[in-house]
Design a protein around this ligand. Structure first.
Ligand SMILES: [Cu+2]
Length: 183
């Protein structure tokens, strides 16, 4: 009886020792560090942008963008780079100068490096949504313009930096795009 009690007591002691050792196991700590806070999955570090937050006292910068060409190989915007000043209101006139009904275009301002993803996501949105996806990558978008149509977009210049503009009509993004720089 005494012997078995001693063995039991020894067993408990060694179990406790093992437990202590286990808590200091570096492998276990590594596992804890890898835990992801669910809130971080939806974190977006880009500055918030509200295209409707126009400051009536801000200077207005007028820009004209024209889409031209009557075939897939001719189609293009008349510019590949637009530069604007921070703190201004952009008044952008977008005109579709094509005469061919198969050449509708839009003008979509997106975060740098996202034009392909935005255009690809836009395909399933259909004509009713002008092929523009509901995405945080989109800062502002014109509606889809048929031949001869034009529209005006007014929006505050986004934070200083580089952006892209693109036509999200299916098949157009790789040809119809440019850089939008705020500096
Ligand atoms: Cu287009």
């Amino acid at each position: 009886m005494k012997n078995s009690l001693l063995i039991l007591s020894l067993s408990i002691s060694s179990f406790q020792l093992m437990s202590c050792g286990g808590n200091e196991n570096p492998a276990q700590n590594t596992t804890e560090e890898k835990k992801v806070n669910p809130a971080d999955l939806f974190k977006d570090d880009r500055p918030a942008y509200d295209a409707t937050a126009i400051d009536a006292t801000a200077p207005v910068q007028e820009i004209i963008v024209i889409a031209d060409g009557n075939t897939m190989s001719e189609m293009k915007y008349n510019t590949t780079e637009i530069k604007v000043k921070p703190g201004t209101t952009i008044k952008l006139t977008f005109k579709n100068n094509s005469t061919d009904a198969s050449m509708p275009h839009n003008w979509v301002l997106v975060h740098d490096g996202t034009m392909e993803a935005v255009a690809t996501a836009g395909i399933s949105m259909g004509k009713d949504k002008s092929y523009v996806p509901d995405s945080k990558d989109v800062l502002i978008a014109s509606k889809l313009l048929g031949p001869g149509e034009e529209t005006i977009l007014s929006f505050p210049a986004p934070a200083a930096g580089k952006y892209q503009f693109v036509c999200t009509y299916p098949g157009h993004w790789s040809i119809m795009h440019g850089t939008f720089v705020v500096e």
